[in-house]
Design a protein around this ligand. Structure first.
Ligand code: PGA
Length: 252
C-alpha cells in the first residue's frame, strides 16, 4: 500500500514505479467509466511511457474504450516535422494513440511548425478548443529538472497561457541523447501555460528516481515561485504527486 499524506499537494509514495502507474491508470479508467467523453491532458517524456503501456494493456483486455475520450497534449517542439521520431505527435502515436480506439478528430497537440504570423491565433485556438469541451478533467504531468510542467521554464508566470517558449539549456541537454546531439534539439516549443494547466479539474504529477528527488522537494515544500512552475501546484485544489522511493527521498 502507498503512503498517503494529506497536504496542499496530495503525496503518494508508491512501493514501485509499477504500483504508481497501476494506480494512476486505474484512476483514469475509473474516470472514463463514469464519464466516457472525459477530457485528458497528456504528457510526454520517459516518465509516462509505462502509463501509456498500462492503458494500452487494459484497452486490449477490453476494460476501457477511448472512443469518446478527447486528449490535449501539453506541448510540442517547434521547427521539426511532426513525423520526426522525436516530435511529441510521433511519440504519442507510437506509445499510445496507434494502439487504442482513439478517434483522430479528438486528439490535440500544438502544431510543430507554426509560422510566427500564425502563432497567436494557433495558441488561442488551442485554449478555445480546451474550453469548448468543458476543460480538462484529468491532467498527467511529468517534471523536468528545471521544475517545469509542460515546457513552462523558469520565469513562466502562474497565469500564463498557451504560447511559444524558449527551452532552458538544462531541458535541451536532457533531450540531447534522444536527438543524438544537443545541436539537433529544438530551441523552442509551444506549451500550454501554467494557467491553462492549473484549470484542469484533477492533476497527477509523476516523478520517479533519485534524479528527481531535489526538484520534487522544491516543488512540494519550497516557496511558490515562477522559478519552479511545478510549485504552482501547491495552489491547486486537487493535485497529487505520485512518487517512488527514489524521487521521494528528500521529503522529510
Ligand atoms: P522525463 O521528462 O519524463 O523524460 O524525465 C519530464 C519532463 O521534462 O517533464
Amino acid at each position: 500500500m502507498p503512503t498517503t499524506i494529506s497536504m496542499s499537494i496530495q503525496l503518494h509514495i508508491h512501493p514501485s514505479i509499477d504500483a504508481a502507474i497501476k494506480k494512476v491508470a486505474q484512476e483514469i479508467i475509473t474516470l472514463i467509466h463514469h464519464k466516457p467523453d472525459a477530457v485528458l491532458g497528456l504528457a510526454t517524456g520517459s516518465t509516462p511511457i509505462p502509463l501509456y503501456q498500462e492503458l494500452v494493456r487494459r484497452f486490449k483486455l477490453g476494460e476501457v474504450s477511448f472512443k469518446q475520450v478527447t486528449t490535449f497534449n501539453l506541448d510540442e517542439y517547434q521547427c521539426i516535422d511532426r513525423t520526426h521520431p522525436e516530435s511529441y505527435w510521433n511519440f504519442m502515436h507510437r506509445h499510445f494513440f496507434n494502439h487504442v480506439d482513439m478517434l483522430a478528430s479528438r486528439i490535440h497537440l500544438p502544431g510543430s511548425r507554426v509560422e510566427p504570423l500564425e502563432l497567436a491565433r494557433h495558441c488561442q485556438e488551442y485554449e478555445d478548443q480546451i474550453k469548448a469541451v468543458g476543460g480538462i478533467d484529468y491532467q498527467i504531468l511529468g517534471i523536468g529538472r528545471t521544475g517545469h510542467i509542460g515546457f513552462n521554464e523558469p520565469g513562466s508566470p502562474m497565469d500564463c497561457r498557451t504560447r511559444r517558449i524558449h527551452l532552458d539549456e538544462i531541458t535541451r541537454q536532457d533531450a540531447a541523447p534522444a536527438f543524438g546531439d544537443l545541436l539537433h534539439v529544438p530551441t523552442h516549443a509551444i506549451t500550454m501555460g501554467c494557467g491553462t494547466i492549473l484549470e484542469a479539474k484533477h492533476i497527477s504529477l509523476l516523478a520517479f528516481g533519485s534524479k528527481k528527488a531535489a526538484i520534487v522537494r522544491e516543488a512540494m515544500l519550497g516557496p511558490i515561485t515562477d522559478q519552479i512552475s511545478a510549485s504552482f501546484l501547491q495552489k491547486h485544489p486537487s493535485a497529487a504527486f505520485h512518487l517512488d522511493h527514489g524521487s521521494a527521498a528528500e521529503l522529510s
